[in-house]
Design a protein around this ligand. Structure first.
Ligand SMILES: *Cc1c(COP(=O)(O)O)cnc(C)c1O
Length: 365
């Protein structure tokens, strides 16, 4: 039996009745964008984060773009980003008019290296985007201290970290502003695209609300130059149903990751490192292997779908090469050659974990 990387249908089937009912209700209501479902979801998600408010938008990329625009990132402003991330993090900085400045990662957690960030700050630096990669929070305490000292905006990219925490503080509640994605495969996923901006500062959320719909406070009167980045009622209604299950799903991901950790002990792969004080929610379970490509092929040969997040660092991709720092990013480049994401999703059967682990133990390069 082949082992899939994820199974989104399994999540749907778990809540089929409630999801079907929520979808039908929206279809029958005649209200399809930015309505009562979106408002209710914004309030419920903000409460779940322990924040006063949030604004739903059309995608995670837009959430980052609008968060940066709410912070008034302007053309020529430098924004520090990791290169070891989804390209969306970097694309959003350029869409906002900023200049991405790539910085290396810690080799253990694979998140931004605070020392490298400190070294990259110039008089033109206006912000930094900390990506909580794979479900684990970046080291925000030193990053927040740097942001404070240099007057920078600290933006949290929480697209892979719904429910992660550090010393009890949820991802999205530590920086000035945070962006979430509800792309279907994320820990909280819609049946299509969706995103959300959260912040402790109501004026930032207010600004996102303005910008997400042409800068309108009053219909057809643009106070600011905005765009169309609205969240659908259908997606919001489905997300409200799924939000109720999110904490349980994250616990299931943690249990599966613990089973992987145990089953992979003594194998040739290095299992994920969790920084002290962090609760990892395992959006992805990423191991490292010096023979990664051969291992990926070995797994595929045995019907196991693994993947690489991400195979080519952003600073080496054709669209962004011109922004690559001199000397490259050694920890990023090394990680890209060794990382391998194993199958994980909340409904994954426990015997699949055992099968994947057995296959890895059998691997001989
Ligand atoms: C998925 C993702 C995004 C973008 O979200 P979309 O909803 O796909 O636009 C941004 N950053 C990271 C780290 C992501 O994983």
């Amino acid at each position: 039996m082949p082992i899939p990387f994820v199974d989104l249908q399994a999540a749907y089937l778990e809540q089929q009745e409630a999801l079907d009912r929520a979808a039908l209700e929206v279809l029958r209501s005649g209200w399809y964008v930015l309505g009562p479902q979106v408002r209710a979801f914004e309030q419920e998600f903000a409460a779940w984060l322990g924040l006063p408010d949030a604004a739903g938008v059309a995608s995670g990329t837009d959430a980052l773009l609008l968060a940066l625009r709410a912070c008034q990132i302007e053309p020529g402003d430098e924004v520090i980003v990791p290169s070891h991330t989804a390209v969306a993090t970097v694309a959003a900085v350029e869409l906002a008019g900023g200049r991405p400045v790539f910085v290396d990662i810690r080799p253990d957690s694979l998140t931004l290296d605070p020392d490298a960030v400190a070294a990259a700050i110039t008089p033109r630096t206006r912000g930094l985007v900390a990506v909580h990669l794979y479900g684990q929070m970046a080291e925000l305490d030193p990053l927040a201290a740097l942001a404070e000292r240099h007057g920078l905006w600290l933006v949290e990219d929480c697209a892979q970290a719904h429910g992660a925490s550090s010393q009890g503080r949820p991802a999205g509640s530590v920086g000035h502003i945070a962006a979430f994605s509800f792309y279907p495969t994320k820990n909280l996923g819609a049946a299509g695209d969706g995103g959300l901006v959260a912040s402790r500062q109501p004026e930032l959320i207010e600004r996102v609300r303005l910008l997400r719909q042409y800068g309108w406070r009053e219909r057809y009167i643009s106070e600011a130059a905005g765009l169309n980045s609205r969240l659908d009622e259908l997606q919001a209604a489905l997300l409200r149903v799924k939000l109720r299950r999110l904490d349980a799903w994250n616990r299931q991901r943690q249990a599966l990751a613990a089973a992987y950790d145990e089953a992979l002990a003594g194998s040739t792969v290095a299992t994920p490192r969790v920084l002290p004080g962090n609760q990892h929610v395992y959006h992805l379970y990423v191991v490292r292997s010096p023979q990664r490509d051969a291992l990926l092929e070995h797994l595929a040969h045995h019907g196991i779908s693994a993947a690489i997040h991400y195979p080519l660092p952003v600073h080496q991709q054709p669209a962004y090469r011109h922004l690559a720092p001199a000397g490259g990013l050694p920890a990023t480049e090394r990680a890209a050659a060794e990382i391998l994401s194993l199958p994980i999703y909340p409904q994954m059967p426990a015997d699949h974990i055992a099968q994947v682990a057995r296959c890895i133990h059998q691997f001989r390069s």
